[in-house]
Ligand binder design. Structure first.
Ligand SMILES: CC(C)(COP(=O)(O)OP(=O)(O)OC[C@H]1O[C@@H](n2cnc3c(N)ncnc32)[C@H](O)[C@@H]1OP(=O)(O)O)[C@@H](O)C(=O)NCCC(=O)NCCS
Length: 160
């Protein structure tokens, strides 16, 4: 893990848009500090070439505040990654990113959303539970870096 990336004082406004290649340095700085085994630059770049990848970010004062990568394989979607800048956590940005993508999933007819979360990642589990995700099953010792179980969570996207 690296030191925390610098960011200017936050204002309240958040802007949502698709990720682009020029965001990569900021995304990697957040990624590296957020996960025990971060995605590499090459892995994130591959998302831009993946037709079923939806890669969104939240920007605040022209800085990347957080991002979320999902794969859409209708009628299902899979959340692949979600992270918020460490200095901007607990301000509703994770919730806003999830909400942004879930709205998009709904507009494309997605019916079921899946994700994996580490057993000890109580912050993320709490966030997902608040959105109605429920544990479907566990994968024992799934994460090679820590040996943690993965909790597989699922949510039905309700029709309007
Ligand atoms: C998980 C993560 C994305 C949450 O982002 P965030 O912007 O801080 O979350 P929000 O402020 O939108 O919080 C929404 C809810 O999530 C839960 N939550 C977030 N951080 C939490 C924490 N540290 N402890 C407990 N619950 C937490 C709470 O239910 C919270 O609602 P509340 O603030 O009303 O209590 C962020 O902590 C993060 O980037 N973590 C590292 C990467 C990661 O674990 N990603 C998820 C991989 S599955």
């Amino acid at each position: 893990m690296t030191s925390e990336p610098a960011i200017s004082a936050p204002s309240l406004e958040l802007r949502f848009r698709d990720m682009s290649r020029t965001d990569l340095p900021e995304i990697m700085a957040i990624e590296n500090i957020s996960f025990p085994t971060p995605w590499t630059e090459a892995m994130i770049l591959r998302e831009f070439e993946t037709p079923h990848s939806v890669h969104r970010l939240a920007e605040r004062e022209a800085c990347v505040a957080g991002y979320m990568i999902s794969w859409l394989t209708p009628p299902e979607a899979m959340i692949m990654s979600l992270a918020v800048h460490p200095q901007l956590r607990r301000q509703g940005i994770g919730r806003a990113l999830l909400s942004d993508s879930l709205k998009f999933f709904h507009s494309t007819g997605i019916e079921t959303v899946w994700l994996e979360v580490r057993l000890q990642n109580l912050a993320a589990q709490s966030l997902y539970q608040r959105f109605g995700f429920r544990e479907a099953y566990r994968r024992r010792s799934y994460y090679q870096d820590t040996g943690e179980d993965a909790i597989v969570m699922v949510k039905k996207v309700s029709p309007t």
